[in-house]
Design a protein around this ligand. Structure first.
Ligand code: TGC
Ligand code: FAD
Length: 392
């Protein structure tokens, strides 16, 4: 892997829209990625191993619960700071951002938002420090885009619940200490339950042979008559809206994160194109390469503006789920297209692990699928503007 010479593009002086705190948080994350992620991430991806050594650093830069109040161990930051942290982490690798997204928005957020005070105190500080790692179980083998059809269920057994079923494609599951699991009660109502590693009948086999997000661990959650203490039910919200509310927060983070991956691809391609000589001049001097690079920076700039405005709306409590869907869909698609174009700018070198582009490209194939596929987000926009659902 080449040394990390990343320079962040800011074509429209977007830094002027950020506060000093935003810039401080962003720069700390950027430095950490350069120092602790870039040197090890390519090997971790090649080995298909989640680099556990980065957990401490993620906690230190505030990536676990950036917007969770400080009294529960979070960083107490606003939504734009959260977005900027995700952007910087995904600049390093989407799999590392995945780990932070899941911990923050899919584990800490539901415990903070829907949990009891006892649950908040018990879990949130340990999740913020990385002492506990968590995962989020919504997707099932037969229910991906349509989670309302889930079959994982729990029965009230008087002094405990009995949980049965299975979840698939779960980020962090192979090493998570706790899982926030969505399951139906006897009335078919969806609830969140906190399942702890070590509970009898609970196992988390790893999913192997991924060509994407190789530095992130993915696995299953299997529940075979798992006894869940009653105090582990999230008491304050039920129904599909509960897990979907968590997804809003995670999708917002992805809308920012994808910009980081795109910025890294663009920056790498720009630098390479100025150095690589063909036909007696740098390839950056050819119109076809300039077209690629000019379109990349245009799309990155548009995505930055979209994310920033969405951050303002989130800070004001005004962002709708459909607005978040639009940003997730647009920005991930933008990043994937840029990764493909940037890869071509590097010619054959672009397919090697000496550069980050191909890794970003393969990672983004997962990012465009998880947290709602590209198609599902389009249908969410379609429903929002027409009032007619085209899901079924
Ligand atoms: P629908 O009838 O539309 O809604 C059911 C209830 O939910 C409410 N709702 C939302 N609430 C909060 N946020 C949202 N985004 C919401 N969207 C809907 C809605 O108001 C309703 O509430 P109520 O009170 O009336 O019951 O539900 P539907 O069954 O028609 O489904 C809609 C659809 C297809 C959009 C939804 O199912 C969906 O988003 N599907 C995609 C599934 C998905 O995104 N899965 C992600 C799994 S987690 C993951 O991928 C983590 S990857 C992590 C990483 O590594 O980074
Ligand atoms: P399907 O729902 O089977 O979709 C297949 C295709 O059909 C897609 O192209 C989709 O767009 C299309 N389609 C589906 N329905 C419609 C429709 N109504 N109209 C038009 N087209 C449609 N889930 C979790 O719960 N927790 C996690 O931590 C997690 N991490 C993940 C990590 C990775 C690496 C990956 C790849 C996935 C992860 N997921 C996780 C699962 C992810 O959210 C699902 O893969 C995603 O929601 C899509 O579900 P599916 O794969 O079953 O595809």
């Amino acid at each position: 892997m080449k040394p990390d010479l990343f320079q962040a593009p800011d074509y429209y002086n977007l830094d002027d829209l950020l506060t000093e705190e935003h810039k401080m948080v962003r720069d700390a994350a950027r430095e950490w990625v350069k120092r602790d992620v870039s040197p090890i991430i390519e090997q971790a991806a090649q080995d298909a191993k989640f680099p556990k050594s980065i957990i401490k650093g993620l906690a230190e830069i505030g990536a676990f619960g950036p917007y969770i109040p400080e009294e529960y161990g979070g960083a107490g930051l606003d939504q734009i700071a959260y977005g900027l942290i995700m952007q910087e982490i995904e600049r390093g690798d989407s799999g590392v951002r995945s780990t932070a997204s899941v911990q923050s928005s899919l584990v800490m957020y539901p415990i903070y938002k829907y949990g009891s005070e006892e649950q908040r105190k018990k879990y949130l500080p340990k999740l913020a420090s990385g002492e506990f790692m968590g995962c989020f179980g919504l997707t099932e083998p037969d229910h991906g885009s349509n989670p309302s059809g889930m079959v994982t269920n729990f029965k009230d057994k008087g002094d405990h619940y009995l949980l049965n079923g299975a979840k698939l494609w779960i980020s962090n599951s192979p090493f998570a200490d706790i899982a926030v699991v969505w399951a139906k009660n006897e009335d078919g109502r969806i609830h969140g339950l906190i399942v702890e590693r070590g509970m009898e009948g609970f196992s988390t086999p790893e999913t192997h042979n991924k060509w994407s997000l190789r530095a992130s661990a993915t696995g299953e959650l299997i529940f075979d008559n798992v006894k869940i203490p009653k105090e582990n039910l999230l008491p304050n919200k039920s129904g599909l809206g509960a897990p979907l509310g968590c997804l809003d927060s995670a999708r917002f983070g992805i809308a920012w994160g994808a910009i980081g991956a795109a910025m890294d691809c663009y920056d790498t391609a720009l630098r390479y194109s100025k150095e690589r000589m063909q036909f007696g001049k740098p390839i950056a001097g050819f119109q076809l390469q300039q077209k690629k690079l000019a379109e990349m920076i245009t799309e990155i700039t548009k995505a930055q503006l979209l994310a920033w405005r969405l951050g303002v709306l989130r800070n004001e409590g005004k962002a709708t789920s459909a607005q978040i869907s639009m940003a997730k869909r647009n920005n991930v698609d933008m990043a994937l297209k840029i990764a493909r174009e940037a890869r071509q700018v590097l010619g054959a070198m672009g397919i090697t692990g000496d550069y980050s582009i191909m890794r970003h490209m393969m990672n983004l194939e997962s990012v465009i699928t998880y947290e709602g596929t590209h198609d599902i987000h389009l249908l969410i926009t379609g429903l929002d503007i027409t009032g007619i659902s085209a899901f079924n």
